[in-house]
Design a protein around this ligand. Structure first.
Ligand SMILES: NC(=O)c1ccc[n+]([C@@H]2O[C@H](COP(=O)([O-])OP(=O)(O)OC[C@H]3O[C@@H](n4cnc5c(N)ncnc54)[C@H](O)[C@@H]3O)[C@@H](O)[C@H]2O)c1
Length: 278
């Protein structure tokens, strides 16, 4: 199948947090290829340099921590000072350490919430203020996870922090709508972000999940990036306050194999099936 859909963002300015690797790196690439000018932000300077290396023009990078007010403000300031405006803010940065509930350390819990929730809040607030000052409206795209809907072991802090992001984004969508700022949340399922230096046991568990995914494959970062572009584009001008899954149906169920059995005698009156009398 070939995709003919193309979004253009010439003249537009986008912030992408968590841009040093994974999904964020692909979002930067997609925006640059679509003509946007991009602020690539992350706390990892080396990763940011790798992200930006292929792009000669239109990208500026900033090492900053989104969980602090100074970090969030510095990222937004970079956009308005360097490019003169801000149209799109993609709050993709997150941390996802997993721990058994009985062993979970409160300081790790706090750190996860500081990045995933406070960081999303601080970035949304700073970006919205700049967008309102610019008077052209804007788009804010936050991130959640399919994990927010499940009770998977080890995800107490991460999964619940992502659920909080969804609720926060709904509130933001309502409060910012009068300013023509649309706020949506992307909820990915398993996305294959390589290289991924995972602990062996975790890598094994992830690999074991793949055959059970409805499409029997994880998603690709560029597939998530295309959804980001759609939500930043004029094609989504009446979508706000939504949580949009990109999970190849893994939130809907497991891979289907075999046949649907449809011979329940109780419903012959519904199906109008006639049976040979014995
Ligand atoms: N990859 C998946 O399977 C998956 C599944 C569900 C949801 N998600 C969500 O998608 C988004 C991207 O996931 P990913 O797998 O590419 O993540 P990743 O862990 O590969 O990259 C996250 C990036 O965020 C940066 N970051 C972390 N804390 C930061 C901070 N305080 N300030 C600035 N930068 C910070 C990291 O340095 C890193 O570069 C996340 O929001 C994640 O919750 C991913």
């Amino acid at each position: 199948m070939t995709a003919e859909v193309q979004f253009r963002f010439d003249g537009k300015v986008a912030i992408v947090t968590g841009a040093a690797r994974g999904v964020g790196r692909e979002i930067v690439r997609a925006f640059v290829e679509a003509g946007a000018r991009v602020v690539a932000a992350d706390r990892d300077g080396d990763g940011l340099a790798e992200t930006c290396a292929p792009h000669r023009d239109g990208v500026t990078s900033i090492v900053a921590d989104i969980s602090t007010g100074e970090g969030a403000n510095a990222i937004v300031d970079r956009a308005t000072r360097t490019f003169g405006r801000l149209d799109i803010c993609v709050n993709n940065a997150a941390v996802a350490p997993h721990a058994a509930l009985l062993d979970e350390r409160a300081e790790v819990w706090d750190r996860v919430y500081a990045v995933n929730c406070r960081g999303t809040f601080l970035m949304t607030q700073a970006a919205a203020r700049a967008m309102i000052a610019g008077g052209r409206g804007g788009r804010i795209i936050n991130f959640s996870s399919g994990a927010a809907q499940r009770g998977a072991a080890g995800g107490a802090a991460y999964a619940s922090s992502r659920a909080a992001t969804e609720t926060f984004s709904r509130v933001a969508a309502v409060e910012l709508a009068p300013h023509d700022i649309l706020v949506n949340t992307i909820s990915p399922g398993l996305i294959d972000t390589q290289p991924k230096p995972l602990p062996t046991e975790m890598a094994k568990r992830l690999a074991a999940r793949i055959p059970n995914l409805p499409l029997a494959r994880p998603g690709r970062p560029d597939e998530v990036a295309q959804l980001v572009l759609f939500l930043a584009s004029d094609a989504s001008s009446y979508i706000s306050g939504a949580v949009i899954s990109i999970d190849g149906a893994s939130g809907a169920g497991s891979r289907f194999s075999g046949a649907v059995v449809d011979d329940d005698i109780r419903y012959d009156w519904v199906t109008r099936r006639t049976r040979a009398s014995s």
